[in-house]
Design a protein around this ligand. Structure first.
Ligand SMILES: NC(=O)C1=CN([C@@H]2O[C@H](COP(=O)(O)OP(=O)(O)OC[C@H]3O[C@@H](n4cnc5c(N)ncnc54)[C@H](O)[C@@H]3O)[C@@H](O)[C@H]2O)C=CC1
Ligand SMILES: O=C([O-])CC(=O)C(=O)O
Length: 333
């Protein structure tokens, strides 16, 4: 029995993500919540012939509490998206409060759920969730995840294009580490499961790195009114489905995700040493288990250029993380 909940379920990401979760036969209950339209989306999805029972709630009548009761996995795509000219950090002033309030609901009603944060800026909203949980005395770093899967999906897609075979896209794995905005997105292309063609380097490699780092901006520019929704729903469902499989006991599932490095003390400390930082959060390949984060993997062998990309990511990451932490100002534990 798995209850999955989507907070922000009526939005551009929320609706297709809820559809994809409804298609997962392991999901037995699907709870949808939004400040608008969630009951309608739920009524629509409820007619699909898959096991999940679907319910939708609004803010009135304790909707948040109702939807979160019994939740195993909570995915949060609530909040405003970027428009052209905005950075992800520009979303902070609106989305920080939204994520804080939703995290408060989770901390009080479903403190043992795994929380998957999609709302931007992820580098700040994940620390916000963690600080809210600390404030309520229910913080477990193993269960709070920043969803960075879209960066991994983009890397696989773009590498398949360079290899001239899109059919490889689903099997290509490229670790993407760091965070989820601009230069904090660090693809480790030298570790691609399918190596780039011999001689691929220089400005071609730099352009590929930028394509992955700023893929989100490309979509924002092309849409003009919002950001990636369909590819994000795909990526969000892919990550949520992995978390659910691991909850159900499947072993050996590894996915890059933005986590608090105390989620695996030994792995987290080793990673900090490897990248030369005292940051508390980083996106790294994480092994998932029934309790959430099982093991935080290291970076491994990378090129000098990739080392430079990680070094360039650290200052921005620190600013983003500190901003999220100080928004809540939890008492020091
Ligand atoms: N992590 C990632 O890789 C990505 C993250 N995003 C982020 O996801 C977020 C959502 O994007 P879209 O779905 O395109 O936006 P959207 O505006 O289409 O949908 C957001 C939904 O959140 C709802 N909402 C607002 N306040 C709420 C609250 N307090 N409680 C519950 N629901 C609330 C809105 O009513 C709306 O239905 C944005 O912050 C965006 O930047 C987008 C793409 C990729
Ligand atoms: O670019 C944005 O604002 C949305 C996002 O995070 C992405 O598409 O990676």
């Amino acid at each position: 029995m798995v209850k999955a909940v989507v907070l922000g379920a009526a939005g551009g990401i929320g609706q297709p993500l809820s559809l994809l979760l409804k298609l997962n036969p392991d999901v037995t209950e699907l709870g949808l919540y939004d400040i608008v339209n969630a009951p309608g989306v739920a009524a629509d999805l409820a007619h699909i012939a898959t096991p999940a029972k679907v319910e939708g709630y609004l803010k009135d009548d304790d909707g948040l509490q109702k939807v979160l009761t019994g939740a195993d996995v909570v995915v949060i795509p609530a909040g405003i998206p970027r428009k052209p000219g905005m950075s992800r950090d520009d979303l902070f002033k609106t989305n920080a409060g939204i994520v804080r309030d939703l995290a408060t609901g989770i901390a009080t009603t479903a403190p043992n759920a795994s929380v998957l944060v999609i709302s931007n800026p992820v580098n700040s909203t994940v620390p916000i969730v963690a600080e809210v949980f600390k404030k309520h005395g229910v913080f477990d770093p193993k269960r709070i995840f920043g969803v960075t899967t879209l960066d991994v999906v983009r890397a696989s897609t773009f590498v398949s294009e360079i290899l001239g075979d899109r059919s490889l896209a689903t099997s290509i794995a490229v670790p993407v580490v760091g965070g989820h905005s601009g230069v904090t997105i660090v693809p480790l292309l030298s570790q691609s499961s399918h190596p780039l063609p011999p001689g691929f380097g220089g400005s071609d490699l730099e352009a590929l790195v930028k394509h992955i780092q700023f893929g989100g901006d490309e979509v924002v520019k092309a849409k003009g009114t919002g950001s990636a929704t369909l590819s994000m729903a795909y990526a969000g469902a892919e990550f949520a489905n992995k978390v659910i499989l691991a909850l159900k006991g499947k072993k050996g599932i590894v996915a890059p995700t933005f986590v608090h490095l105390a989620a695996d003390k030994a792995g987290g400390e080793a990673l900090k040493k490897e990248i030369g930082t005292d940051l508390e959060y980083f996106s790294a390949p994480v092994e998932l288990g029934p309790n959430g984060v099982e093991k935080i993997g290291g970076i491994g062998k990378i090129t000098g250029a990739e080392k430079a990309l990680i070094a360039a990511a650290l200052p921005d990451l620190k600013v983003n993380i500190d901003k999220g932490v100080s928004f809540i100002e939890a008492p020091k534990l």
